[in-house]
Write a protein of this length. Structure first.
Length: 332
């Protein structure tokens, strides 16, 4: 389990400025559901003073992603666009009292979303579309520019640090050589610029890809048990998020009917865990990679419901061997 600060726990279980901002005039979207993290940042900016009057967010991801997104909105409200642009991902982490190294990519995602929102406000194109040859990590959609920015901004000098800050290399690791090349190149430039000591800089061949892969796998295993303890609150206690362990993927491709049946079977296996905590989950529909479910009981309105949904999604994706998105049906 990661070591979370009390502020991270508070901003996860009691997020500030979550939801849709209908009259936003600056919107930035980064990440992808298929990669496990996505963030939409919405700002209301005064067109004359360029002061950010309101900020809201919608995020899909872990507790650190929710906390980082919430912290970002608190940091930018009241600042001008130019002042907001001076914020770094480290400022977001510092605001929360720090993030575990393996979760720093959540603060980087917030920084990227802010850049995208400002570009949207100014009528500029924010270059998050990967040009030919620029995509480094296909598993998580990380391009060379994002790796370079993370290395420079945070003085990264190891492949493990690059993975922690960008998620690049956290999947199949076929991007290892490309990551090495970018890290070594940027570190060499930083040495010439006088911002990094030669002894600290990364050199190609400085990491063993086999050892690195084992470290990544160990970090992923630890992440499965991620569940920050709730922050103290005078309000009614909320149920703890249900921890749902993933299962092995099937050995061969499935037909559509087999996929639906396997989804049904997996959800039926999950339901006893939810019922034990006073909740429940029923399959409503399957549309491609989208799985619509109905949450009931303690799962409805629970502040930890997003982690429960993530757990269901994680188990289904592992069971089917392909990324899926679990969508709770709206209740009336």
């Amino acid at each position: 389990m990661w070591d979370y600060t009390d502020k991270v726990k508070d901003y996860f279980f009691n997020p500030k400025n979550a939801g849709v901002l209908d009259d936003a005039n600056a919107v930035g979207e980064v990440g992808a559901i298929s990669c496990g993290d996505a963030l939409k940042l919405m700002l209301k900016v005064d067109p004359v003073s360029q002061v950010i009057l309101e900020a809201r967010f919608q995020t899909f991801g872990c507790g650190s992603a929710i906390a980082s997104s919430s912290a970002l909105t608190e940091l930018v409200i009241g600042k001008t666009i130019d002042e907001a642009l001076n914020l770094s991902n480290q400022d977001i982490a510092d605001f929360l009292g720090g993030l575990p190294p393996e979760k720093m990519h959540c603060s980087v995602m917030g920084y990227e979303a802010l850049q995208a929102a400002v570009a949207n406000f100014r009528g500029e194109t924010w270059h998050d579309d990967h040009e030919e040859g620029a995509l480094i990590c296909k598993c998580f959609g990380v391009d060379e520019g994002m790796v370079e920015r993370a290395v420079r901004m945070n003085r990264l000098t190891t492949i493990e640090a690059v993975t922690a800050y960008t998620k690049a290399g956290g999947g199949c690791l076929t991007c290892f050589d490309a990551l090495e090349s970018v890290l070594a190149k940027v570190n060499a430039e930083m040495v010439v610029e006088g911002v990094l000591a030669e002894a600290e800089s990364y050199k190609v061949g400085g990491a063993d890809p086999v050892v690195l892969k084992k470290n990544v796998q160990a970090a992923k295993a630890a992440a499965k048990s991620e569940a920050p303890a709730p922050a103290p609150s005078a309000s009614k206690p909320q149920p703890a998020p249900v921890q749902i362990s993933p299962l092995a993927a099937p050995p061969k491709p499935l037909t559509n009917l087999q996929r639906i049946r396997l989804i049904e079977e997996t959800i039926e296996e999950i339901r006893p865990l939810l019922k034990k905590d006073g909740g429940d989950c029923e399959l409503i529909d399957v549309d491609g990679a989208n799985v619509m479910v109905k949450l009931s009981g303690a799962c409805v309105g629970c502040q930890a419901a997003s982690m429960t949904v993530n757990g269901i999604q994680e188990r289904l994706s592992a069971r089917l061997g392909a990324p899926l998105r679990v969508i709770p049906a709206k209740t009336h």
